[in-house]
Design a binder for this molecule. Structure first.
Ligand SMILES: NC(=O)c1ccc[n+]([C@@H]2O[C@H](COP(=O)([O-])OP(=O)(O)OC[C@H]3O[C@@H](n4cnc5c(N)ncnc54)[C@H](OP(=O)(O)O)[C@@H]3O)[C@@H](O)[C@H]2O)c1
Length: 273
């Protein structure tokens, strides 16, 4: 079996986690992180080569919908596809980002009845907001571009409260989720003013690279509990593995592989600096 991922800028985490999980269950499979900008070509290759499953990240998450045979209800509601499953030649678009986010957050806090602020109305933000609403949280969305934020909030049946800066006037929240690219591959960049980070909140940063972002550091300094985007990656990868193989992975094995890959990346960066 061949599985993998398509991304403009492929990272090492998917390969590490899936390969370790295949080995742990003695499944004869290989996982390859394909770097490509060609969405149509990648889906055609999946069909032609019989690739069983592909993780989908930027820039493919929205446009891949044009090339699949069907879209799951969740992916349709979120408006983004992050996983392709090849069912005997039929390519189905799924979204398991929301499951990854909810499982990551649920490790830190109950979700039902909690008040959540989600910043970012792209594929990531919409998946997190969808998952939180489905888990029973009261969700308010913030987004730089009002029209996009309003449209996403209306589609998800949640509130919209304006640009990220409006968070300073927001009523108290229990959970704050950041899902914009600010801080991605930039250890110093932070979108949210530290003063609005609440000591009694759980702060989640979907940005997984670096694993510890400036937002998470600032949140901890304010006394908040934090959840890294790498936890979302772990749990969404586990769900992808289940889709591809029909079996539950050994989560501890995947977690160890992810930790090792993070350490390797940090070591390589230190050597390169
Ligand atoms: N850990 C995981 O498993 C996981 C999964 C999915 C996504 N993510 C992360 O989540 C982040 C968002 O990904 P995405 O796929 O949702 O991206 P996207 O679809 O491109 O959406 C980006 C969102 O961020 C906003 N934004 C972009 N630059 C901004 C800035 N300088 N200031 C304020 N808002 C800004 C955009 O607002 P406008 O509408 O105004 O353009 C938009 O709402 C990325 O860092 C990605 O790596 C992580």
């Amino acid at each position: 079996m061949l599985c993998g991922s398509i991304a403009g800028r492929p990272g090492p985490f998917g390969v590490a986690m899936h390969t370790a999980a295949f080995r742990a269950l003695a499944i004869d499979a290989v996982y390859v992180a394909f770097g490509t900008e060609d969405t149509a070509g990648a889906v055609a290759a999946m069909r032609a080569l019989g690739i069983r499953g592909l993780g989908v990240t930027m820039p493919h998450k929205q446009r891949v919908a044009d090339y699949v045979d069907a879209v799951s209800d969740e992916a349709r509601a979120i408006g983004a596809i992050n996983t392709l499953l090849n069912e005997a030649g039929r390519i189905i678009g799924h979204n398991v980002d929301w499951i990854g986010a909810i499982r990551a957050l649920a490790e830190a806090t109950p979700l039902a009845g909690r008040t959540a602020a989600v910043i970012g109305a792209g594929g990531g933000g919409r998946a997190i907001a969808y998952g939180l609403a489905r888990a029973g949280a009261r969700v308010t969305l913030y987004n730089r571009t009002r029209a996009r934020g309003e449209a996403a909030a209306a589609a998800l049946g949640i509130a919209f409260a304006g640009a990220p800066e409006a968070l300073s006037e927001a009523p108290a929240y229990d959970i704050l989720c950041h899902a914009t690219p600010v801080g991605f591959h930039d250890e110093r960049a932070i979108l949210i003013a530290p003063e609005v980070l609440r000591a009694d909140a759980v702060v989640f940063d979907a940005v997984a690279q670096p694993p510890d972002t400036a937002l998470l550091t600032a949140a901890r300094a304010r006394g908040a509990r934090t959840v890294s985007g790498t936890r979302m990656q772990l749990h969404q990868a586990a769900q992808q593995f289940a889709l591809y193989t029909g079996r539950a992975p050994d989560l501890a094995v995947m977690e160890q592989a992810l930790q090792d890959a993070i350490l390797r990346l940090q070591r390589d960066r230190t050597v390169a600096a």
